[in-house]
Design a protein around this ligand. Structure first.
Ligand SMILES: NC(=O)c1ccc[n+]([C@@H]2O[C@H](COP(=O)([O-])OP(=O)(O)OC[C@H]3O[C@@H](n4cnc5c(N)ncnc54)[C@H](OP(=O)(O)O)[C@@H]3O)[C@@H](O)[C@H]2O)c1
Length: 325
């Protein structure tokens, strides 16, 4: 089968198309013929061994993915496709079913076929959408859900979502809307209308206004894009406010060893606990038309390097999809 492989950590052009052996499903696994996948920030960070996160983060990344070279040569965590074969113990899926999901750090989706355990994050596709719309549902969706569940969002709770136009941000706005929170979203001028249409009650254009200086405070501040230092927004949090980061070694340290000063806290779930139930939750929201993956660009698998370079600009709006076949 055709797949995008990489044999060493490095820039986007370490990725190349190759013919590799088609995987064979084990007893509890499903073989999926992948029709659509994505290039997301997890792919990018893993491919470069989290070099930009600093030495400590990079070492941790290599411990997970392979110290000298990647153990899993095929990236891609999100997928949508058709079940091509099932292991003897599989009962939930049959050949020909349309399925979508997320293999997380097991990756493997940048290929014509991939195997995934039936009990892992895979579900039947939401009714009424195609492969290209289903593949990007889970990366932003699961990451935002993991964060927002830490914050007890409900009617009347106020949240500011910073970086509301990225994969996690666009998902975060829609999920916060579903949970009933009052949402202030922050993004640049070109994304204001989109973010409003996703359910934000108000939108702040960070190129024109610094939200940390307008005197407003929030129960929750969600940095969906990893660009907002806790120290910069602490004064914009209410008493007992919660800061939800998506990135940053310093944030991890603050979450593990909270300061004894004040009652505002950083909440960071490491490792993130994301389950099949979460995929089913997103599927239900998609079917209820309360959630959709925002798609910026779509590339064929062959153009994976170009797609990756675009993701690395950190300027994509929502998600970047790869189509296969
Ligand atoms: N996605 C994953 O799988 C994953 C995994 C682990 C960690 N993370 C972390 O989660 C964070 C978000 O990931 P993502 O995939 O959602 O990001 P993303 O989609 O790449 O975010 C792109 C968006 O960020 C906005 N942006 C860029 N610079 C900004 C700035 N200085 N201030 C505010 N917004 C800015 C841009 O929109 P505007 O023009 O509107 O600003 C753009 O639309 C990153 O820190 C990433 O490292 C992601």
């Amino acid at each position: 089968m055709r797949a995008v492989v990489y044999d060493r950590y490095g820039p986007p052009d370490v990725l190349r198309l190759a013919d590799v052996e088609r995987p064979v499903p084990k007893e509890d696994e499903v073989l999926v013929q992948v029709h659509a996948t994505t290039v997301n920030r997890l792919d990018v960070h893993t491919r470069e061994a989290n070099r930009r996160g600093g030495l400590g983060v990079s070492l941790l990344s290599r411990l997970v993915s392979g110290v000298r070279r990647p153990r899993q040569r095929i990236l891609g965590s999100e997928f949508a496709g058709e079940v091509a074969a099932v292991g003897a113990g599989v009962s939930e899926f049959a050949v020909g079913d349309r399925a979508f999901g997320n293999s997380g750090l097991r990756f493997g989706a940048h290929a014509e076929f991939m195997c995934i355990r039936e009990g892992a994050r895979i579900a039947h596709m939401p009714a009424g959408i195609g492969f290209e719309e289903a593949a990007p549902v889970s990366d932003g969706g699961l990451n935002a859900l993991t964060c927002l569940r830490q914050a007890d969002l409900r009617d009347g709770r106020t949240i500011l979502i910073y970086g509301a136009s990225g994969a996690i941000g666009t998902a975060g706005v829609q999920l916060a809307r579903h949970f009933g929170a009052d949402i202030t979203a922050v993004c640049s001028t070109k994304n204001l209308e989109l973010v409003k249409s996703l359910g934000a009650d108000r939108v702040i254009d960070y190129t024109r206004e610094d939200f940390t200086r307008n005197g407003q405070t929030y129960d929750v501040i969600f940095d969906a894009v990893g660009k907002l230092p806790f120290t910069r927004c602490r004064a914009s949090m209410k008493a007992a406010g919660i800061f939800l980061p998506t990135d940053g070694f310093g944030n991890l340290m603050r979450a593990l060893w909270p300061s004894r000063r004040g009652d505002k806290k950083v909440v960071f779930q490491i490792p993130p606990r994301q389950t099949k139930q979460d995929i089913l939750f997103l599927k239900d929201l998609v079917e209820a038309r309360k959630f959709r993956a925002v798609i910026d660009r779509t590339y064929p698998l062959e153009d994976v390097v170009e797609a990756t370079r675009y993701v690395e600009t950190e300027q994509k709006t929502g998600n970047v999809v790869l189509t296969i076949g």
